[in-house]
Design a binder for this molecule. Structure first.
Ligand code: NAP
Ligand code: GCO
Length: 266
């Protein structure tokens, strides 16, 4: 197989969860450009319609569905509907995620549970729903969108870091349990990426200056910039393709070097 054929996704069906915008949209765009048929879901009809319009404007053919990824019955129904309307899912990208930035002593258990439900329980639910058909087909790719917070903590993101740390270990466990069935499960760990999720950390201050956190992240990142969703496109095609058939249980950090860097002396 030529190197370009190794990276081709022709004939594959990819489900990217929560891909109406942001990182998920960029990942779906890249997978489609590599040849995959794209399926995505949104948590509600309004977001689905906005997402469908965004894909239409970009000339990207997609199949879109409403599905709350934390709802096991809804996920089972989604996978069954996709299998009958589009085809068996060859590639799953567990992208849907939320964050709550609340100091731990102020965070309710309900807040904590909600973040873990979307960021950790849902990847378990959706992976469990797609694995049987992948096993029957004799191959499959599961890509979990982890985070720098799979490795590091910081104030106010206890639930998110716990969930993303768990997602790193779920990735390794799916690898362990299904590697023999030719299923590869890896993670992508984005650094700080400019999306709606991190918009509050980049808001201009009243005096027009950059947000202190924005300045902090740029100073801590060797690439000296925030990442963009497009920075993640190559890594998702690699992990979704035959080129990564002997890569399993790994988290590929796409972070501009921030995890490797202790930071400049003040
Ligand atoms: P985003 O713009 O907030 O998008 C998150 C997506 O998740 C939304 O499209 C949302 O879909 C979907 N979602 C949330 N709850 C859902 C549910 N219950 N059911 C179905 N879909 C649901 O965030 P993003 O920055 O693109 O992040 C995408 C992923 O990358 C997340 O897992 C995030 O943790 C991770 N990540 C982000 C960064 C970053 O710096 N931005 C860095 C590392 C990792 P709807 O709009 O339909 O509700
Ligand atoms: C935060 C940010 C981060 C990013 C990302 C970093 O509040 O610290 O939202 O958590 O979203 O996960 O990799």
């Amino acid at each position: 197989m030529s190197i370009l054929e190794q990276f081709s996704l022709q004939g594959k069906v990819a489900l990217v969860t929560g891909a109406s915008h942001g990182i998920g949209f960029a990942l779906a765009k890249a997978l489609q450009e590599a040849g995959a048929v794209i399926v995505f879901n949104s948590s509600n009809e309004a977001s689905l319609q906005k997402g469908l319009a965004r894909y239409r404007e970009a000339g990207i053919p997609v199949h879109g569905y409403v599905c709350d990824v934390t709802d096991e019955a809804a996920v089972a129904a989604l996978v069954s509907q996709v299998e009958s309307e589009v085809g068996v899912i060859d590639i799953l990208v567990n992208n849907a995620g939320i964050i709550k930035r609340i100091p731990m002593l102020d965070m309710t258990a309900a807040d904590f549970r909600q973040v873990v439900d979307v960021d950790l329980n849902a990847p378990f639910i959706v992976s469990k729903a797609v694995l049987p058909s992948m096993i029957k087909k004799g191959h499959g790719k599961i890509i979990n969108i982890c985070s720098m917070m799979s490795e590091l903590g910081r104030e106010t993101v206890s639930a998110y870091a716990a969930a993303k740390g768990g997602l790193k270990m779920l990735t390794r466990n799916i690898c362990s349990e299904f590697g023999a069935a030719n299923i590869q499960c890896n993670g992508i760990g984005p650094g700080y990426i400019a999306t709606s999720q991190t918009a509050p950390l980049r808001e201009r201050q009243a005096d027009g200056s950059r947000h202190p956190f924005d300045q902090f992240i740029v100073s801590k990142t060797p690439a000296a910039r925030w990442g963009t969703p497009e920075d993640l496109e190559g890594s998702v095609v690699f992990l979704a393709s035959d080129a990564s058939d002997f890569v399993n249980g790994q988290i590929l950090y796409v972070d501009g070097g921030i995890l490797a860097y202790i930071g400049k002396q003040p």
